[in-house]
Ligand binder design. Sequence first.
Ligand SMILES: N[C@@H](CCC(=O)N[C@@H](CS)C(=O)NCC(=O)O)C(=O)O
Length: 255
Amino acid sequence: MSKELVYSVGSTFPPLTPGLVRLYSMRFCPYSHRVRLVLAEKNIPHEIVNINPKKRPEWYSDIHPAGLIPCIQFEDGKIVYESVITTEYLDAVYPDKKLISTEPYERAKQQMLVDSFQRVVALLFKALKFKDPEAFNEICKILDHYEKVLSDSFFGGSNVGFTDLMIWPWFERFRSLKSLLNNELDKDRFPKLTAWIKNMTLLDCVKKTSVRQDHLIVFTKQSLTSPEPDYDIGLEKPKEEETPATKEEPKPSTE
Ligand SMILES: N[C@@H](CCC(=O)N[C@@H](CS)C(=O)NCC(=O)O)C(=O)O
Protein backbone atom coordinates (compact mmCIF):
# COMPACT_ATOMS: atom_id res chain seq x y z
CA MET A 1 0.00 0.00 0.00
CA SER A 2 1.33 3.44 -0.90
CA LYS A 3 2.80 5.64 1.84
CA GLU A 4 1.45 8.64 -0.06
CA LEU A 5 -2.21 7.86 0.67
CA VAL A 6 -4.06 10.67 2.40
CA TYR A 7 -4.83 10.57 6.11
CA SER A 8 -8.55 11.15 6.66
CA VAL A 9 -11.14 11.24 9.43
CA GLY A 10 -10.65 8.34 11.83
CA SER A 11 -6.93 7.95 11.22
CA THR A 12 -4.32 7.81 13.97
CA PHE A 13 -1.62 10.45 14.28
CA PRO A 14 1.60 9.06 12.74
CA PRO A 15 4.50 9.67 15.18
CA LEU A 16 7.16 12.09 13.98
CA THR A 17 10.37 10.58 12.65
CA PRO A 18 13.43 11.81 14.58
CA GLY A 19 15.64 14.12 12.54
CA LEU A 20 13.06 14.90 9.89
CA VAL A 21 10.92 17.95 9.25
CA ARG A 22 7.37 16.86 8.60
CA LEU A 23 5.36 18.44 5.80
CA TYR A 24 1.59 18.05 5.80
CA SER A 25 0.71 18.14 2.16
CA MET A 26 -1.59 16.92 -0.59
CA ARG A 27 -0.20 15.65 -3.88
CA PHE A 28 -2.17 18.04 -6.07
CA CYS A 29 -2.06 21.14 -3.85
CA PRO A 30 -0.03 23.92 -5.54
CA TYR A 31 0.66 25.63 -2.19
CA SER A 32 2.10 22.40 -0.80
CA HIS A 33 4.04 22.07 -4.06
CA ARG A 34 5.77 25.36 -3.19
CA VAL A 35 7.03 23.92 0.09
CA ARG A 36 8.01 20.60 -1.51
CA LEU A 37 10.12 22.58 -3.99
CA VAL A 38 11.83 24.48 -1.16
CA LEU A 39 12.53 21.33 0.86
CA ALA A 40 13.97 19.65 -2.23
CA GLU A 41 16.03 22.64 -3.39
CA LYS A 42 17.54 23.13 0.06
CA ASN A 43 18.03 19.39 0.62
CA ILE A 44 16.21 19.49 3.94
CA PRO A 45 15.63 15.98 5.32
CA HIS A 46 11.88 15.59 5.54
CA GLU A 47 8.90 13.31 5.46
CA ILE A 48 5.53 13.95 3.87
CA VAL A 49 2.17 13.16 5.40
CA ASN A 50 -0.67 13.72 2.94
CA ILE A 51 -3.94 15.02 4.34
CA ASN A 52 -7.45 14.73 2.90
CA PRO A 53 -8.47 18.41 2.96
CA LYS A 54 -12.18 17.61 2.83
CA LYS A 55 -12.16 14.88 5.49
CA ARG A 56 -9.35 16.03 7.73
CA PRO A 57 -8.16 13.75 10.51
CA GLU A 58 -9.43 14.91 13.90
CA TRP A 59 -5.81 15.21 15.16
CA TYR A 60 -4.96 17.72 12.42
CA SER A 61 -6.90 20.53 14.15
CA ASP A 62 -4.29 20.40 16.95
CA ILE A 63 -1.62 21.11 14.32
CA HIS A 64 -3.27 23.72 12.08
CA PRO A 65 -6.16 25.66 13.63
CA ALA A 66 -7.83 26.30 10.26
CA GLY A 67 -6.94 22.83 8.97
CA LEU A 68 -5.26 24.03 5.77
CA ILE A 69 -2.28 22.49 4.06
CA PRO A 70 0.65 22.96 3.70
CA CYS A 71 2.02 23.04 7.23
CA ILE A 72 5.36 21.95 8.65
CA GLN A 73 6.07 20.44 12.04
CA PHE A 74 9.38 20.05 13.84
CA GLU A 75 10.47 17.57 16.50
CA ASP A 76 10.76 20.38 19.06
CA GLY A 77 7.08 21.23 18.65
CA LYS A 78 7.40 24.19 16.29
CA ILE A 79 4.64 24.42 13.71
CA VAL A 80 4.62 26.81 10.74
CA TYR A 81 1.92 27.20 8.10
CA GLU A 82 1.01 29.36 5.08
CA SER A 83 3.18 28.47 2.10
CA VAL A 84 5.02 31.79 1.80
CA ILE A 85 5.61 32.16 5.56
CA THR A 86 6.77 28.53 5.69
CA THR A 87 9.21 29.18 2.86
CA GLU A 88 10.57 32.30 4.54
CA TYR A 89 10.97 30.37 7.79
CA LEU A 90 12.77 27.44 6.13
CA ASP A 91 15.05 29.85 4.27
CA ALA A 92 15.95 31.55 7.55
CA VAL A 93 16.65 28.41 9.58
CA TYR A 94 18.36 26.49 6.75
CA PRO A 95 20.63 29.21 5.34
CA ASP A 96 22.37 27.00 2.74
CA LYS A 97 21.22 27.83 -0.82
CA LYS A 98 19.59 31.09 0.24
CA LEU A 99 16.38 31.74 -1.71
CA ILE A 100 15.43 35.17 -0.41
CA SER A 101 17.74 38.11 -1.01
CA THR A 102 19.09 39.94 2.02
CA GLU A 103 19.32 43.14 -0.01
CA PRO A 104 16.14 45.07 0.96
CA TYR A 105 15.09 46.26 -2.51
CA GLU A 106 15.81 42.90 -4.18
CA ARG A 107 13.85 41.22 -1.44
CA ALA A 108 10.92 43.64 -1.87
CA LYS A 109 10.92 43.03 -5.64
CA GLN A 110 10.81 39.25 -5.11
CA GLN A 111 8.00 39.59 -2.59
CA MET A 112 5.97 41.90 -4.88
CA LEU A 113 6.14 39.35 -7.70
CA VAL A 114 5.02 36.55 -5.39
CA ASP A 115 2.26 38.64 -3.86
CA SER A 116 0.81 39.87 -7.14
CA PHE A 117 0.83 36.31 -8.49
CA GLN A 118 -2.19 35.54 -6.27
CA ARG A 119 -4.31 37.22 -8.92
CA VAL A 120 -3.08 34.66 -11.47
CA VAL A 121 -4.01 31.87 -9.06
CA ALA A 122 -7.59 33.13 -8.82
CA LEU A 123 -7.86 33.63 -12.59
CA LEU A 124 -6.53 30.15 -13.36
CA PHE A 125 -9.31 28.67 -11.26
CA LYS A 126 -11.83 30.86 -13.12
CA ALA A 127 -10.40 29.84 -16.49
CA LEU A 128 -10.65 26.14 -15.61
CA LYS A 129 -13.98 26.20 -13.80
CA PHE A 130 -15.93 28.41 -16.18
CA LYS A 131 -13.95 27.71 -19.36
CA ASP A 132 -13.65 31.48 -19.53
CA PRO A 133 -11.22 32.60 -22.29
CA GLU A 134 -11.29 36.12 -20.86
CA ALA A 135 -9.77 34.78 -17.63
CA PHE A 136 -6.83 33.36 -19.60
CA ASN A 137 -6.42 36.73 -21.39
CA GLU A 138 -6.31 38.42 -18.00
CA ILE A 139 -3.62 35.99 -16.87
CA CYS A 140 -1.55 36.85 -19.94
CA LYS A 141 -1.88 40.58 -19.24
CA ILE A 142 -0.51 40.03 -15.73
CA LEU A 143 2.27 37.82 -17.09
CA ASP A 144 3.34 40.62 -19.45
CA HIS A 145 4.87 42.27 -16.39
CA TYR A 146 6.73 39.08 -15.40
CA GLU A 147 8.06 38.87 -18.96
CA LYS A 148 9.22 42.48 -18.72
CA VAL A 149 11.08 42.20 -15.41
CA LEU A 150 12.75 38.84 -16.11
CA SER A 151 16.33 39.74 -16.98
CA ASP A 152 18.37 36.64 -16.16
CA SER A 153 17.98 32.84 -16.11
CA PHE A 154 15.76 33.15 -13.02
CA PHE A 155 13.76 35.94 -11.40
CA GLY A 156 16.32 36.55 -8.68
CA GLY A 157 19.37 36.27 -10.96
CA SER A 158 21.46 33.40 -12.28
CA ASN A 159 20.34 30.97 -9.55
CA VAL A 160 16.86 29.79 -8.68
CA GLY A 161 15.28 31.83 -5.89
CA PHE A 162 12.17 32.64 -3.91
CA THR A 163 10.01 34.05 -6.74
CA ASP A 164 10.79 31.15 -9.08
CA LEU A 165 9.79 28.48 -6.57
CA MET A 166 6.69 30.35 -5.35
CA ILE A 167 5.19 30.77 -8.83
CA TRP A 168 6.39 27.55 -10.49
CA PRO A 169 3.52 25.26 -9.35
CA TRP A 170 1.07 27.28 -11.49
CA PHE A 171 3.33 27.27 -14.53
CA GLU A 172 3.54 23.50 -14.22
CA ARG A 173 -0.26 23.53 -14.21
CA PHE A 174 -0.49 25.82 -17.27
CA ARG A 175 1.50 23.23 -19.18
CA SER A 176 -0.13 20.11 -17.79
CA LEU A 177 -3.66 21.44 -18.04
CA LYS A 178 -3.49 23.07 -21.46
CA SER A 179 -6.05 20.58 -22.79
CA LEU A 180 -8.51 21.66 -20.08
CA LEU A 181 -7.68 25.33 -20.51
CA ASN A 182 -7.93 25.10 -24.29
CA ASN A 183 -5.07 27.53 -24.21
CA GLU A 184 -1.36 27.83 -23.56
CA LEU A 185 1.26 30.52 -23.13
CA ASP A 186 2.22 32.10 -26.42
CA LYS A 187 5.96 31.62 -27.01
CA ASP A 188 6.14 34.74 -29.20
CA ARG A 189 4.50 36.94 -26.61
CA PHE A 190 6.53 35.38 -23.74
CA PRO A 191 9.99 34.49 -25.10
CA LYS A 192 11.79 35.13 -21.79
CA LEU A 193 9.19 33.25 -19.75
CA THR A 194 9.43 30.39 -22.23
CA ALA A 195 13.20 30.23 -21.67
CA TRP A 196 12.65 30.48 -17.90
CA ILE A 197 10.20 27.55 -18.02
CA LYS A 198 12.88 25.51 -19.78
CA ASN A 199 15.45 26.52 -17.13
CA MET A 200 13.04 25.53 -14.37
CA THR A 201 12.31 22.11 -15.85
CA LEU A 202 16.03 21.31 -15.75
CA LEU A 203 16.25 21.83 -11.97
CA ASP A 204 16.44 18.76 -9.75
CA CYS A 205 13.93 20.20 -7.30
CA VAL A 206 11.41 20.64 -10.11
CA LYS A 207 12.02 17.16 -11.49
CA LYS A 208 11.71 15.56 -8.04
CA THR A 209 8.48 17.31 -7.11
CA SER A 210 6.59 17.44 -10.40
CA VAL A 211 3.04 16.17 -10.40
CA ARG A 212 2.19 13.50 -12.96
CA GLN A 213 0.33 15.15 -15.80
CA ASP A 214 -2.24 12.36 -16.30
CA HIS A 215 -3.04 12.28 -12.56
CA LEU A 216 -3.28 16.06 -12.39
CA ILE A 217 -5.69 16.19 -15.32
CA VAL A 218 -7.99 13.57 -13.77
CA PHE A 219 -7.77 15.22 -10.36
CA THR A 220 -8.50 18.70 -11.75
CA LYS A 221 -11.51 17.46 -13.72
CA GLN A 222 -12.85 15.76 -10.60
CA SER A 223 -12.22 18.71 -8.30
CA LEU A 224 -14.06 21.09 -10.65
CA THR A 225 -17.19 18.97 -10.58
CA SER A 226 -17.16 17.00 -7.33
CA PRO A 227 -16.89 18.12 -3.69
CA GLU A 228 -14.89 14.96 -2.97
CA PRO A 229 -12.24 14.32 -5.61
CA ASP A 230 -9.98 11.28 -5.28
CA TYR A 231 -6.84 12.57 -3.55
CA ASP A 232 -5.21 9.16 -4.01
CA ILE A 233 -5.43 8.95 -7.80
CA GLY A 234 -2.86 6.53 -9.17
CA LEU A 235 -1.86 5.12 -5.78
CA GLU A 236 -2.16 1.58 -4.59
CA LYS A 237 -5.18 1.66 -2.26
CA PRO A 238 -5.70 -0.33 0.96
CA LYS A 239 -7.50 -3.65 0.87
CA GLU A 240 -11.06 -3.66 2.21
CA GLU A 241 -10.13 -4.77 5.74
CA GLU A 242 -7.46 -2.05 6.19
CA THR A 243 -8.53 1.28 7.66
CA PRO A 244 -6.54 4.53 7.48
CA ALA A 245 -5.61 3.99 11.12
CA THR A 246 -3.72 0.83 10.21
CA LYS A 247 -1.65 2.54 7.53
CA GLU A 248 2.08 2.07 7.75
CA GLU A 249 4.05 5.00 9.15
CA PRO A 250 5.33 7.61 6.67
CA LYS A 251 8.84 7.01 5.46
CA PRO A 252 11.53 9.62 4.86
CA SER A 253 10.94 11.33 1.56
CA THR A 254 13.27 10.49 -1.28
CA GLU A 255 12.80 13.98 -2.76
N1 LIG B 1 -2.79 30.70 1.73
C1 LIG B 1 -2.58 29.29 1.96
C2 LIG B 1 -3.53 28.53 1.05
C3 LIG B 1 -3.49 27.03 1.33
C4 LIG B 1 -4.72 26.31 0.74
O1 LIG B 1 -5.69 26.94 0.28
N2 LIG B 1 -4.65 24.96 0.75
C5 LIG B 1 -5.79 24.18 0.32
C6 LIG B 1 -5.36 22.94 -0.43
S1 LIG B 1 -4.58 23.33 -1.99
C7 LIG B 1 -6.54 23.67 1.55
O2 LIG B 1 -5.95 23.36 2.55
N3 LIG B 1 -7.87 23.57 1.44
C8 LIG B 1 -8.68 23.05 2.50
C9 LIG B 1 -9.84 23.91 2.81
O3 LIG B 1 -10.01 24.94 2.14
O4 LIG B 1 -10.57 23.58 3.75
C10 LIG B 1 -1.11 28.96 1.70
O5 LIG B 1 -0.46 29.69 0.94
O6 LIG B 1 -0.59 27.99 2.29
